[in-house]
Design a protein around this ligand. Structure first.
Ligand code: GLU
Length: 472
């Protein structure tokens, strides 16, 4: 049997984290099984579906690197096919016309609620044998079996069963002629030869109904894996407040797609206590057996931690264009600036997001405007200017400008003065960046360049000469 999975988002909004994880699990299972992933846009809710939402979903899939093998199919382009199946179900007596008005159904619901019973259709038109009359409004309902039970063995939840008496006659076609979700999804899963349905476990109740429909249509059942939902950081249903933003917003906050993918795979699936997986490892090891049965809560701190790891180990060639998007300045407006790749390399292990990385390297490209007052009073005194003057002379005499030559020069001066290294390093940091938050001073100066180092240090000396630095 060829494995064919599907990802069928409704384009009524952006792709959220839960949707992205469903897409990922379908993708992983298809790739692991040498199968196919079908992308299907479930756009029959015309009021709420938009082309823009479809585009946002497709861009998010592309950004995450989740490619599909078939589609995108659009349900609105398959309306004729749904009509055909509805006609077949009517014809074979598995569906019927229902003319109950919304008022009647509303009243029924109220009465059932008052009696404390679960609201459900009472089968009023089930045996009425209605046929269409012009000017009348009908929906088409499925004749759900009245007795017996529906049972299936889910790859995550095991065997689940419901009594048919719990299920009512669901609507297959609305009065405006549009198919409902349950009808369209069964027809599509059947026509697209879907072998495995992997989706959120909020759909389990639909699965029982869909199984009855598959059976009425004489089609073998796909296998099912219902994945527990992702909860918000507060372990409540996800909303914008607790983490559920558009997947592309994570891109815009400087999260790398491989970090988000790794985070999502671990959110609900595990392999021992391994945290980091390459794509190949995920594909190789992904299996239903290791999917958690309970919901996982979204944890931004953990995502940032993973992102920091990925930024740290991503190649500079890949990071350069990514970081460029977040720079607050345009590289081509600058003259004699350090090499962007070297600047990134210097800081890549210190940032949790690409935005942070871009902010961190900014000082290398822009003249220092302010010196941190606290750092000044802590690390500078009346001898600092002279010391910096001396190091500038040493620097200008260096034959080559490398981390090693800078390091040797600094150590030589420190030794000759019998002082501790920070006495020189900290004022230098302030001179070139305004604060003491830079990586190791020799590496930083090597990236900044000899000319810029001396120029910034001279400006700082002038500043110190004007200010009275109080000894600490
Ligand atoms: N369009 C449905 C959703 O977004 C798909 C459910 C399914 O996988 O059958 O929830």
């Amino acid at each position: 049997m060829q494995v064919i999975t599907r990802f069928p988002p409704s384009p009524t909004g952006y792709l959220h984290l839960g949707g992205a994880r469903t897409a990922l699990f379908n993708w992983l299972f298809a790739r692991k099984s040498d199968g196919k992933l079908v992308l299907r846009i479930e756009d029959t809710d015309r009021q709420r579906s938009t082309d823009e939402a479809t585009q946002v979903i497709l861009s998010a899939m592309e950004w995450l690197g989740l490619d599909w093998d078939e589609g995108p199919y659009y349900q609105t382009q398959r309306l004729e096919r749904y009509k055909e199946v509805i006609a077949q179900l009517l014809e074979q007596g598995d569906a019927y016309l229902c003319s109950c008005t919304p008022e009647r159904l509303g009243k029924l619901r109220m009465e059932q609620k008052d009696k404390g019973i679960k609201p459900r259709y009472d089968g009023h038109c089930r045996n009425a044998g209605l046929s269409r009359k012009p000017g009348e409004n009908y929906v088409v309902r499925f004749k759900n079996p009245l007795s017996g039970s529906v049972s299936f063995t889910d790859h995550v939840h095991g065997t689940v069963t419901v009594q048919n008496s719990e299920l009512d006659d669901l609507v297959l076609e609305r009065s405006d002629g549009m198919p409902t979700y349950n009808l369209a999804v069964v027809v599509d899963d059947m026509d697209m030869k879907i072998s495995h349905v992997i989706r959120g476990d909020d759909h389990i109740n639909n699965t029982f109904r869909q199984i009855n429909l598959f059976r009425a249509l004489g089609h073998p059942l796909p296998e099912f894996a219902h994945v527990p939902l992702i909860l918000g950081s507060d372990r409540k249903r996800m909303s914008k407040r607790n983490g559920d933003v558009n997947v592309l917003d994570y891109r815009d906050r400087g999260i790398l797609p491989e970090a988000l993918i790794n985070y999502l795979v671990r959110l609900g699936w595990s392999r021992g206590d391994q945290e980091f997986f390459t794509r190949e490892e995920m594909i190789q090891h992904f299996d239903f057996a290791q999917i958690n049965k309970s919901s996982a809560g979204f944890d931004m701190e953990k995502l940032l931690w993973m992102n920091r790891h990925y930024i740290g180990q991503t190649s500079i060639d890949r990071l350069v264009p990514e970081v460029k998007k977040f720079l607050s300045f345009r590289m081509h407006d600058l003259e004699n600036c350090p090499d962007l790749g070297s600047a990134i390399k210097l800081h890549q292990e210190r940032a949790s997001t690409l935005v942070e990385l871009a902010n961190q390297i900014e000082y290398l490209f822009k003249p220092v405007k302010n010196y941190d007052a606290q750092a000044l009073s802590k690390h500078c005194d009346e001898f600092t200017a002279e010391l910096l003057q001396e190091i500038c002379i040493v620097f200008s005499d260096l034959e080559c400008w490398t981390q090693e030559s800078i390091s040797t020069a600094l150590k030589t001066v420190v030794r000759s003065k019998k002082m501790k290294f920070p006495h020189l390093a900290q004022p230098l940091r302030i001179a070139i960046s305004g604060s003491v938050q830079t990586p190791s001073i020799d590496a930083t100066l090597a990236v900044l360049g000899c000319f810029e180092t001396i120029q910034r240090t001279q400006s700082f000396i002038k500043y110190l000469d004007k200010e009275t630095i109080s000894p600490n």
